[in-house]
Every structure is written in structure tokens, then in C-alpha cells.
Write a protein that binds this ligand. Structure first.
Ligand SMILES: [Zn+2]
Length: 322
């Protein structure tokens, strides 16, 4: 077990027993880094909650390699590949038990591997932290204009989270309420009155130079705002604040289609604008489906793949917050 009070930079593994067809008594080792600087707050930074989202893991690795404990105020606990089996298989869900780590919180100490990882985070790491930054991207099936996501919660943590989100300075900061939030890490952190910052920094199961740079710069700037580094070169903050609509106004495909976007992700649209076309390639008698903006706002999320199926999200238009 890591000593999270050890001075300076330390590294080790979170260890979980696992028993599979190919490894009966496996000890799964999930890398963890801890950096202790001058007395100050603790921030837990997580990447790889979903295995096909890459900005988080690389931003955390970059931070670990570039941070001297002498320059740090407080403590950083950094887990770049939290759901390691999912990261190693490049999949959203764990190949070990088919579970989505961010849908099984608070976890179960007697449960399957993914449930036990969630339990360890809930019971051991979150209690050490004042702030939690959980770095996501859209994964294979979604693509986001790089965004920081905040749930709208009551209490003083909300203003701190807004300030930290502004400092992250992703192109968008999204305020939202999620109907499945109870089983996400966010709920555990928010209920404890701690600062919760999540991101969606790209998607389609790839990295781009732009999204990687936004992740690296944003994480450092966010940690600076939270009091971990000297406040020297903080950007002005140009992030566009938007609110997600109710999920029943997401544009959803009713069929298996090829989605052809007509608008670049991240652009502003007017109500009724055709954002994209859905082509049914096996039907000569069916005209393309027109996907129209249900309201004016910013086109912040789209399908991560050209091929979409019935029920898949193809576009979300978020309204700018006044
Ligand atoms: Zn994710």
C-alpha cells in the first residue's frame, strides 16, 4: 500500500486481487503517483475511468514528469489509468466483468473487479482529497468540443468549482444535471461537499494535438487555481459557459445510419439549422434524415463514429449561459 504522506514524489500500485481464466491468482496493479509539497490541499486526479479516452492519461503522465515537489503546494494523488484493464483493451467498459466503472459507484468491497476499484476510490482516495478532477473524453462513440463539465450543486464547493473550471480554460464549460449521477463518482464527491471537476476533452477513441495540449495546459492551470502552484501565467479565461438541455432534446438516431455532419463541432447554430444528414445506405427509397438543431446554441457533442445505430446520440446543442 502506498504511503500517501511520504514527502516528495512517490509511486506505486493500487493492488486488486483478480481471478480469471488465464490468471487464477492475479494481482492487478494500477499505477498511482503521489507528490507532496508544502502544506496545502489535496487534489485527486483521475484518468482512464473509461478505457478509450486518452487525454486524461497523457495529461497526468505529463504532469508527473514535469512536477517537482519543491514547486508544489499541497498534495497531488494521480491515477492515470484507473480502470487499467479497460485502458489496456481500449474499451469503455472493463473486459474483466463488462462493467462501466463510472456507473458502479460507490462500489462494493465484495463485488467484481470494477466494483472493488470503485469502492477503493470511494472509501480510501476520496476521503484524502479536497478536490477531485476526473478527466474524460467522449470515447469511441462520442466526440466533444473540449469541455469542462460541472454538475449544478448547492454550497460553497460550487463557486470553487466554477473558478477552477474557468482556469482550466477549455473552449467550453458545460453545466448539466445527469439522471444517472447517483452511480457516478461525481455524486460521492459532491455529497461530501468537495470540489468536483470533470472533463470531456475530445473523443472518437483518438488523441489530437489540440485536445492533448488543452488537457495538459488545462490540468496545470486548474491545479494552479486550486492552490497547488504559483499563480504566474494564468490565462484570462475565455471558456464559453453553456448549459446542456434536458436529455430528451439530444438528437438521437432512429435507425442505423451513416451520419454526415454539415457543421463543424464547436460552432454556433440557430434553431432549425441542419447539423447533419443520416444516410440509410441499404435503402434506395429513403431520403437522408435531416438532423436539425432543436434550439439555438453551441454544437458541443456529436457521434464519435460515422456509423450510428438506433438510439445513439448524434448531436447535442447547448445553450449559452447568460
Ligand atoms: Zn468517460
Amino acid at each position: 500500500m502506498m504511503d500517501f504522506d511520504a514527502s516528495g514524489l512517490s509511486s506505486g500500485y493500487l493492488e486488486f486481487h483478480n481471478s480469471t481464466n488465464v490468471s487464477a491468482w492475479q494481482m492487478l496493479r494500477v499505477p498511482v503517483y503521489c507528490i507532496n509539497g508544502a502544506p496545502g490541499p489535496t487534489t485527486l486526479v483521475l484518468g482512464g475511468m473509461h478505457g478509450d479516452e486518452y487525454e486524461g492519461p497523457i495529461a497526468i503522465q505529463h504532469l508527473v514528469q514535469g512536477t517537482s515537489p519543491d514547486d508544489l503546494v499541497g498534495r497531488l494523488i494521480l491515477v492515470p489509468a484507473l480502470n487499467l484493464p479497460a485502458v489496456q483493451s481500449g474499451t469503455r467498459l472493463s473486459p474483466e466483468d463488462g462493467l462501466n466503472l463510472n456507473r458502479v459507484f460507490p462500489g462494493d468491497p465484495q463485488g467484481s473487479l470494477t466494483q472493488r476499484i470503485a469502492h477503493f476510490i470511494s472509501e480510501t482516495l476520496i476521503p484524502l482529497a479536497d478536490h477531485v478532477i476526473d478527466l474524460h473524453s467522449g470515447g469511441r462513440s462520442l466526440n466533444f468540443a473540449p469541455s469542462v463539465l460541472l454538475h449544478e450543486v448547492e454550497g460553497p464547493a460550487m463557486q470553487k468549482a466554477l473558478n477552477a473550471a474557468k482556469a482550466f480554460d477549455a473552449p467550453f464549460t458545460v453545466l448539466l444535471n445527469e439522471d444517472h449521477a447517483d452511480v457516478m463518482i461525481d455524486a460521492i464527491v459532491e455529497r461530501a461537499g468537495k470540489v468536483m471537476i470533470a472533463t470531456e476533452l475530445g473523443g472518437s477513441g483518438i488523441l489530437t494535438p489540440t485536445t492533448a495540449q488543452i488537457a495538459k495546459d488545462g490540468l496545470k492551470n486548474c491545479l494552479t487555481n486550486l492552490g497547488h502552484f504559483d499563480d504566474l501565467n494564468q490565462p484570462e479565461g475565455t471558456s464559453c459557459f453553456v448549459r446542456f438541455p434536458e436529455s430528451d432534446t439530444y438528437l438521437i438516431s432512429d435507425d442505423t445510419l451513416l451520419f454526415e455532419p454539415l457543421v463543424e463541432l464547436g460552432r454556433h447554430v440557430s434553431k432549425g439549422d441542419v447539423i447533419g444528414l443520416g444516410h440509410m445506405v441499404d435503402r434506395i427509397d429513403v431520403a437522408p434524415v435531416l438532423f436539425k438543431a432543436p434550439q439555438k446554441g453551441w454544437f458541443v457533442c456529436t457521434a464519435g463514429q460515422g456509423l450510428v445505430h438506433r438510439g445513439d446520440v448524434v448531436a447535442i446543442v447547448a445553450r449559452e449561459v447568460e
